[in-house]
Design a protein around this ligand. Structure first.
Ligand SMILES: *[C@@H]1O[C@H](CO)[C@@H](O)[C@H](O)[C@H]1NC(C)=O
Ligand SMILES: *[C@@H]1O[C@H](CO)[C@@H](O)[C@H](O)[C@H]1NC(C)=O
Ligand SMILES: *[C@@H]1O[C@H](CO)[C@@H](O)[C@H](O)[C@H]1NC(C)=O
Ligand SMILES: *[C@@H]1O[C@H](CO)[C@@H](O)[C@H](O)[C@H]1NC(C)=O
Ligand SMILES: *[C@@H]1O[C@H](CO)[C@@H](O)[C@H](O)[C@H]1NC(C)=O
Length: 435
């Protein structure tokens, strides 16, 4: 975890302009809008004929009906056309306490309960997408849907966080074998589990830039990332012909900065002061190229599903990483309470763009192409969970000797169990969808 530098939004420049919908202060805006709506509804109810009342009330009732339809819907039956990306967290005591992280070998710094985090309120929330229910993770449905397949999660430490969550959710109810794990102590960078009952294997490949990267990604003591935008990550690419389903997740390291290569030629740098003799390329273009290169490699060869995960934001929110109060919120944000930082929006949009471009490219290929491209949009649901990070409980019993003045916090990854389990709930619904 030492390798994660927090993002400083001030060091980034927008590569697109964002517009604000409201000129008044952000706090006053929702109030004004709701006040206006209330007056309008009141006006129609008092002053208009019955037909108009019906026309106004029906959509409102339908909205309420949709929002709460999970009560009456069959559990486990996801809506095939549902969009899970926008919604709200609703209180549901104990809902997210799915497994014991100690029993599934999670990274020590994500094992919040073992590390002594005293409050468990962050396990009392369920994601309610707008307009449809999200079924709880069902290990049997996952293994049945993936029968005989190799599922790989490829990317940065958020991809690992999700991969570990998936292993915990599956091993809590099915027998497994650990087939491989690289011996580096406490890194958990390359590993593979087998689920013999269904012939499923699940792997994690460390590739924080998706493409080949030397320097810091291999050795934390090296200050720079040397990133080859013309070559997919070597470890996962070598196994590509065995992979049926792949989740790609990257972004944080590209925001942090790197020196970028095409072949042996340096084509630019970002946030790397000693290399400012090279063109500054920002993060958006390299991010596009990295996803594009990875998807290109995966859209040839065997038919497979390629899932592009969107950015899962951190919650340092300008506080230093070693402040004891870097992220100490106890509850999720409410819908509309906190606007998504523009960088995070932009990074999410790049992933959608690349998915769209890949689909178009594949559809234009002879025979229609063999890869199915999907987006796993976790940005909003993750952004609304400042309470779900390890915070100071990334270390064991942080306050055993009193409250230190300076102590590192993890405000990026999620506790296991925790909100990242929801990523896999959405993933399962995507995988269950027919082509
Ligand atoms: C609410 O949902 C139920 C079942 O899905 C449906 O039968 C009913 O007509 C809906 N009501 C409205 C007002 O849309
Ligand atoms: C979900 O809805 C959002 C708008 O709310 C849209 O931008 C996005 O493309 C949709 N996502 C998927 C996976 O269809
Ligand atoms: C998790 O498992 C460990 C090891 O068996 C056990 O000591 C611990 O009490 C369990 N934790 C919870 C919260 O059940
Ligand atoms: C690398 O160079 C090749 C050959 O000039 C070019 O086709 C390709 O687009 C370049 N790739 C990137 C990521 O710049
Ligand atoms: C730019 O700076 C780096 C690091 O100081 C150096 O290795 C490289 O040779 C320089 N490149 C050019 C084109 O001057």
């Amino acid at each position: 975890m030492g390798s994660y530098q927090q993002l400083n939004p001030n060091s980034q420049k927008p590569s697109s302009t964002t517009s604000r919908g409201c000129i008044i202060s952000k706090r006053a805006c929702p109030w004004l809008v709701s006040a206006f709506l209330a007056l309008a509804v009141l006006h129609i109810l008092c002053c208009s004929p019955a037909g108009t009342q019906q026309a106004v009330l029906t959509p409102v009732l339908q909205y309420i009906n949709n929002t709460y339809s999970f009560v009456s819907s069959v559990p486990g039956e996801g809506n095939r056309n549902c969009n899970y990306s926008e919604g709200q967290w609703v209180r549901s005591p104990g809902y997210a306490a799915r497994y014991n992280g100690t029993l599934c070998n999670v990274k020590a710094s994500h094992n919040c309960i073992l590390n002594g985090r005293p409050d468990t309120g962050y396990l009392d929330w369920r994601w309610q997408p707008d307009g449809c229910p999200l079924p709880a993770f069902d290990a049997k449905a996952f293994l049945t849907t993936m029968r005989g397949k190799h599922v790989a999660l490829v990317g940065d430490s958020m991809a690992r966080n999700q991969a570990q969550s998936l292993i915990c959710l599956l091993t809590a109810s099915y027998p497994y074998r650990l087939l491989h794990q690289d011996p580096e102590p406490n890194k958990l960078n390359f590993w593979r589990y087998a689920f013999p009952s269904h012939g499923v294997t699940v792997s994690y490949y460390w590739a924080p830039f998706l493409v080949r990267a030397n320097g810091k990604p291999e050795d934390d003591s090296i200050p720079y990332n040397y990133v080859h935008l013309d070559e997919p990550g070597d470890r996962w690419a070598a196994d590509a012909e065995t992979i049926d389903v792949v989740v790609l997740a990257a972004g944080h390291w590209l925001l942090n900065g790197a020196v970028y290569y095409n072949g042996s030629e340096v084509i630019g740098a970002h946030n790397t002061p000693e290399f400012n003799n090279h063109t500054s390329v920002g993060y958006a273009w390299p991010l596009r190229m990295a996803y594009r290169k990875a998807v290109e490699r995966l859209s040839s060869g065997r038919p497979r599903t390629v899932v592009l995960a969107t950015f899962s934001p951190s919650h340092f929110e300008g506080r230093p990483i070693d402040s004891p109060t870097a992220c100490t919120m106890m509850e999720p944000y409410k819908k509309g309470e906190k606007e998504l930082v523009w960088i995070y929006k932009e990074v999410r949009d790049i992933v959608y763009d690349e998915a769209r471009a890949a689909r178009e490219r594949i559809a234009g290929e002879e025979g229609g192409g063999a890869a199915r491209i999907e987006v796993l949009d976790v940005t909003t649901l993750a952004a609304m969970r400042p309470d779900g990070h390890p915070s100071v409980y990334m270390q064991r019993d942080p306050f055993a000797n009193g409250v230190p003045e300076r102590i590192n916090s993890d405000c990026l990854h999620f506790c296991l169990p925790g909100p990242v389990d929801t990523f896999n709930e959405v993933l399962l619904q995507i995988l269950k969808k027919r082509r």
